[in-house]
Design a protein around this ligand. Structure first.
Ligand SMILES: CC(C)(COP(=O)(O)OP(=O)(O)OC[C@H]1O[C@@H](n2cnc3c(N)ncnc32)[C@H](O)[C@@H]1OP(=O)(O)O)[C@@H](O)C(=O)NCCC(=O)NCCS
Length: 162
């Protein structure tokens, strides 16, 4: 395995993805399927988590995701993903999704997704990751929001086990 620093900055693993929405992504009326967008969300979140951990990662959880605005064939979909918080072996990734009408330049925020990714060792078991460090004010706010989500999720899991 590559040598990992004790901590890693949030900005180091940030990733963006741009995809042109094609007819095969949509229903006969040109509305892009939610599942298509969720696949891209999962993919870009996986890149962020893998970049941070430098390990294989899997998705443990994709939180509720609202589709705020429709996405159409011909739109350029941009997904911006950041590693918001690290637990011991888990990573909370936030993905912001925007759709651009390439004819007009209008950009619409179509949703935000939160995912929990887990780093795995060679035997497929969870393995500790370096803590993420928030540097800017914006990153610190995101980190705090994600910490609260992490704590709530842990309490929920604990309750479910009892
Ligand atoms: C994710 C997985 C490795 C967790 O295994 P596990 O035996 O429950 O592991 P642990 O109890 O040691 O938990 C490891 C971490 O995962 C977190 N976790 C486990 N299940 C979770 C869930 N459903 N949602 C959110 N976090 C979860 C734990 O909170 C813990 O985080 P922490 O180390 O930061 O405190 C296991 O459930 C798995 O392999 N799931 C399938 C993942 C996959 O293949 N996804 C792709 C789609 S099928």
């Amino acid at each position: 395995m590559p040598h990992l620093p004790a901590t890693r900055a949030m900005g180091e693993s940030r990733a963006s993805m741009v995809r042109l929405m094609m007819p095969s992504d949509a229903n006969p009326h040109g509305n892009v399927h939610g599942g298509v967008i969720m696949k891209f969300v999962d993919e870009v979140a996986g890149i962020v988590a893998h970049r941070h951990a430098r390990r294989n990662v899997v998705t443990a959880r994709l939180d509720r995701m609202d589709f705020l605005e429709p996405v159409f064939v011909g739109n350029a979909l941009t997904l911006d993903a950041r590693l918001a918080y690290t637990g011991r072996t888990s990573m909370e990734v936030m993905v912001d999704i925007r759709a651009e009408n390439l004819d007009t330049g209008e950009v619409v925020h179509t949703g935000t997704a939160w995912l929990t990714m887990i780093a795995l060792n060679e035997r497929g078991r969870p393995v500790p990751v370096p803590p993420v460090v928030a540097e800017t004010e914006d990153e610190k706010a995101l980190h705090e929001l994600a910490r609260l989500r992490y704590e709530a999720r842990r309490a929920e899991r604990k309750g479910a086990k009892q």
